[in-house]
Design a protein around this ligand. Structure first.
Ligand code: NAD
Ligand code: DAU
Length: 344
């Protein structure tokens, strides 16, 4: 097992859902490591999710775009970065169907720009957070392994596959030490309420209709975000450069099953469910075989789904100011109020 020690890490997209959970976990579990959170603060970036971490002397926030090579090089050099963990992306399938350009810019061009800057600055390890969606859709049986051919179906997944393959090419062409992870659907605290689970929790709490696409029988394989974050840290420290690791919780659910579970936890009636027009090109089923990660990274998911889902509902119930600020757009003022004004 090749062990990599993280001294100074740049996290891209650390103001997003998974990135902010990772920043929190990393500061806690690797208190000796320095961390730069590099994030453009698109609509999905929310500094309120990590406002309690700002005083940590090992933590720095840089507002920056991964397409800005000059700022990337300056940041990597100024902080002597030896490790990059690349979460930043346009991440929502529905938005990619409405408009794909930003997805190609960030997920493909941005990833290439980051790889180039990282290589120029002598970064020792680069971890690409890809997704199980690059494999496309499954029939009723089987699961994606790392050998499953890529067959992305949405502009989102095609752009993620582009970034993923660029990472692969930088390893094969230049020997640049890249590791790729492909995880299934995450749930947990700080998820933007455009995604299934937080959207349904917030609508159910408000007694609104819950829009379920198509027949509700599309299957997703759910994992708690903290289990995903632990797997990313394990891949960074113990993964082999040039390898890909699938990450998942062996926890398949049809969407309608998840929605019914949430209604049960919230004691709301199933009459709130409303079947609506399907997502175009909607992938039918995802399932991840995470055996390689379990075998090679000394990692296993820990959080039981029933417990994790109940905790997630409780989190949204107790953190109304967080999601109300998201709904009102107030969260987008945070940088101006707390960073930009202090720099003048
Ligand atoms: P998110 O949309 O919540 O966060 C994305 C973050 O990236 C935001 O903070 C945003 O401001 C930042 N960002 C976007 N464009 C940028 C740019 N050009 N430069 C710098 N920063 C930029 O996403 P998420 O759900 O936390 O997903 C994080 C990563 O994990 C993505 O790469 C996604 O493809 C992957 N992934 C997500 C899931 C999931 O279920 N959410 C599962 C598997 C893989
Ligand atoms: O599999 C990993 C992927 O999971 C990540 O790469 C993506 O970044 C992440 O967004 C997620 O993609 P999905 O499309 O699976 O997630 P979403 O929460 O948008 O939808 C989950 C399922 O629920 C999907 O089958 C569509 C359905 N759905 C979604 C919404 C928002 C509904 O039925 N109604 C809805 O309102």
């Amino acid at each position: 097992m090749s062990e990599h020690s993280i001294h100074s890490v740049l996290i891209t997209g650390g103001a997003g859902f998974i990135g902010s959970n990772f920043v929190r976990m990393m500061l806690d579990e690797r208190p000796g490591a320095r961390m730069v959170n590099y994030d453009a603060l698109t609509y999905a970036g929310n500094l309120e999710s990590i406002s309690d971490l700002e005083q940590n002397p090992n933590y720095t926030f840089v507002k920056g775009d991964i397409c800005d090579g000059e700022l990337l090089r300056q940041t990597l050099q100024a902080h002597a970065v030896d490790t990059i963990i690349h979460f930043a992306a346009e991440s929502h399938v529905d938005r990619s169907i409405l408009s794909a350009a930003e997805f190609v810019r960030t997920n493909v061009l941005g990833t290439q720009c980051l790889l180039e800057a990282a290589m120029q600055c002598g970064v020792k390890r680069f971890v690409m957070i890809s997704t199980d969606e690059v494999y496309g859709s499954l029939g009723p049986d089987g699961a994606f392994t790392e050998e499953t051919p890529l067959a992305p179906n949405s502009p989102y997944s095609a752009s993620k596959a582009g970034g993923d393959l660029l990472c692969r090419s930088y390893f094969h062409t230049y020997g640049f030490p890249v590791i790729i992870t492909r995880c299934s659907n995450n749930y947990g605290p700080y998820q933007f309420p455009e995604k299934l689970i937080p959207l349904m929790i917030i609508k159910a709490m408000s007694g609104e209709k819950l829009p379920v696409y198509g027949d509700g029988m599309n299957v997703r394989d759910w994992i708690h975000v903290s289990d995903h974050c632990r797997a990313v840290l394990a891949a960074t420290e113990r993964g082999r450069p040039g390898e890909t690791y699938n990450i998942g919780g062996r926890n398949e659910w049809p969407n309608i099953g998840i929605v019914k579970e949430l209604l049960k936890i919230l004691s709301q009636p199933e009459s709130l469910i409303s079947f609506v027009k399907d997502r175009p090109g909607h992938d039918r089923r995802y399932a991840i075989d995470p055996s390689k990660a379990e075998r090679e990274l000394d990692w296993k998911p820990r959080i039981d789904f029933a417990e994790g889902l109940a905790q997630t509902v409780a989190w949204y119930q107790s953190r109304q100011p967080w999601w109300q600020n998201v709904m009102s757009g107030e969260y987008q003022q945070y940088y101006e109020k707390n960073y930009a004004s202090k720099m003048q």
